[in-house]
Design a binder for this molecule. Structure first.
Ligand SMILES: [Fe+2]
Length: 530
């Protein structure tokens, strides 16, 4: 069934009826650039390591023959990622580290598909760069319009452009790039709108089926207009979280949304394959980690475990807590034990100045959600408590948290630092105690990176009735109590310190024009212990 047949058919009609006219009008119009001609390119998101580049791109019209990527004088043939020829990836290998390259995309007829642009590789792992600037945010997904009213994608893009004004050398999008939840356990079955669920054929493959069309219609309008081609010269690192598997993290008697069921795992993988790059190999990340070397992907890339390695100055560990989670009570984990071994080994290694943990879910705070590290739950009175059991929460998850936190707290000469996604707030605090683990001598600085696309109904205080609160299991000294506004964080890694700048904008009280001159509302400098 092709796209036109699908859209004419009853399922397509039901699917389209579930979307607002506004969201369709917006479907995938990338933002126009004033300074660079994107030509046929609708969206383009690159990642780099010290020797490779991996670029995902989509085009205004399907390309019948493979385009090529030119990187200076080298040519790399594109690989088609959908079945229509509109989505391609380009994998450039054998590059020199710390070098600015001129890139161009060329169609099979020899014509340029867009204007050439520049992209640099990272310094080699042994190099000693002086500084590294990284943009962090979370929750940039959500369709325009609709009942939950996410921030319009045009405004989200304006936030991205303001963040890019500060010239980050990398961007970390920590989870929730797409909101298209297929189950709503809190809604009784009788009154549930199953349109989204029924739009997919869950026993069919994603690619080459109408599922591919539905996926593109669901995900494209949430990604293409937010990023467009604006990050063409800024390497991106997209970590997946619950909504990227097409569900919220929720556990109810009839549905436990994680670990993901097969079809939703395939949707998450397909979204990544089409829209944003997987994580390139790193010499210190074992190739055999689960989802680190899946046969249908580019050799050596990882889907769920990422490394942002910038010389020996900084290494950011990205890990998705949803894919390999287990529900085995006291021995349960979020992260597969082999992956945990990698995280602990990197935390203990001495070859890098700054070692950062960036899990998809936050350390430090709770909003009473099911799949948090912590047991805090909302009671009937709407208060967070640990006096009542959190249904389906697993004690082993907290044990894994403690192993990671303990490893961070025993690092020598480093700032214990974690920056996470998922929680719809921006904030910073110091974890001084975790259970019986005293961290007062080596407090862990925990940062909530800040959400981009959240709408008025999506804030924890609106959705659950309470804002984000330090978990009862911890002592947290809050420097910025979590603020529910559209926000992002820019981190500068320097040889002797980490400088953090926090930005926020409020749709309720500020004009969109204010985004273009946004300045940090708070700055923190964390000095390295001697
Ligand atoms: Fe999330």
């Amino acid at each position: 069934m092709d796209r036109r047949d699908f859209l004419r058919g009853s399922m397509g009609a039901a699917f389209l009826a579930s979307r607002s006219a506004d969201s369709l009008a917006q479907s995938g119009n990338p933002p126009a650039s004033q300074t660079w001609d994107p030509g046929q390119v609708r969206h383009l998101l690159p990642t780099v390591s010290d020797t490779r580049m991996l670029i995902k791109a989509s085009f205004a019209r399907p390309l019948m023959e493979a385009p090529v990527l030119r990187v200076d004088s080298s040519t790399f043939r594109g690989t088609m990622n959908d079945t229509e020829g509109a989505f391609w990836q380009f994998h450039a290998t054998g590059l020199q580290s710390n070098r600015r390259y001129s890139l161009s995309l060329i169609a099979s007829d020899g014509k340029g598909l867009c204007q050439p642009w520049d992209l640099s590789t990272f310094p080699a792992a042994s190099a000693r760069p002086e500084s590294f600037r990284v943009l962090f945010f979370t929750c940039a997904g959500g369709p325009d319009g609709g009942p939950r009213a996410y921030l319009p994608t045009a405004i989200r893009n304006r936030m991205m452009r303001r963040a890019l004004f500060f010239q980050p050398q990398a961007m970390v999008a920590n989870g929730d790039h797409v909101y298209w939840d297929l189950h709503s356990p809190r809604v009784p079955i009788a009154s549930r709108d199953n349109t989204k669920l029924e739009s997919f054929n869950r026993s069919a493959v994603v690619f080459g089926d109408k599922n591919e069309t539905v996926l593109k219609l669901a995900a494209g309008p949430q990604i293409v207009p937010v990023y467009g081609t604006d990050f063409r010269s800024t390497p991106v690192f997209f970590l997946q979280d619950d909504h990227d598997y097409f569900d919220n993290d929720e556990a109810w008697d009839e549905i436990v949304t994680f670990p993901p069921v097969w079809f939703q795992l395939e949707l998450a993988r397909a979204t990544q394959r089409l829209y944003y790059p997987e994580f390139l190999p790193d010499e210190n990340r074992p190739r055999g980690l689960p989802w680190g070397s899946v046969g249908d992907r580019t050799e050596g890339v990882s889907e769920s475990w990422g490394t942002v390695r910038f010389g020996c100055l900084a290494e950011i560990l990205l890990y998705d807590v949803r894919r390999t989670c287990t529900l085995a009570g006291p021995s349960a984990v979020f992260i597969d034990p082999e992956v945990e071994r990698w995280l602990l080994a990197r935390t203990a290694a001495k070859d890098v100045t700054h070692l950062v943990h960036a899990p998809s879910n936050p350390m430090g705070w709770t909003a009473g959600k099911w799949m948090e590290w912590y047991p805090d739950v909302l009671n009937a009175a709407g208060k967070l408590t640990t006096a009542e059991p959190k249904p389906y929460w697993q004690a082993g998850w907290l044990k894994q948290h403690d192993r990671l936190v303990s490893a961070m707290g025993t690092m020598q000469g480093r700032i214990p630092f974690t920056i996470s996604g998922d929680l719809h707030a921006v904030g910073i605090g110091k974890i001084l105690r975790a259970g019986t683990l005293n961290l007062e001598k080596t407090p862990i600085t925990a940062v909530l990176a800040g959400p981009i696309g959240t709408g008025p109904a999506g804030w924890p205080s609106a959705f659950r009735g309470v804002g984000s609160t330090p978990a009862a299991y911890l002592d947290v000294k809050e420097e910025i109590k979590p603020i529910e506004q559209h926000s992002f964080t820019i981190a500068d890694f320097l040889s002797d310190r980490i400088k953090l700048r926090f930005f926020k904008w409020d749709v309720k009280t500020q004009s969109p024009d204010a985004i273009d001159s946004l300045q940090p509302f708070h700055t923190v400098e964390l000095g390295r212990p001697s």
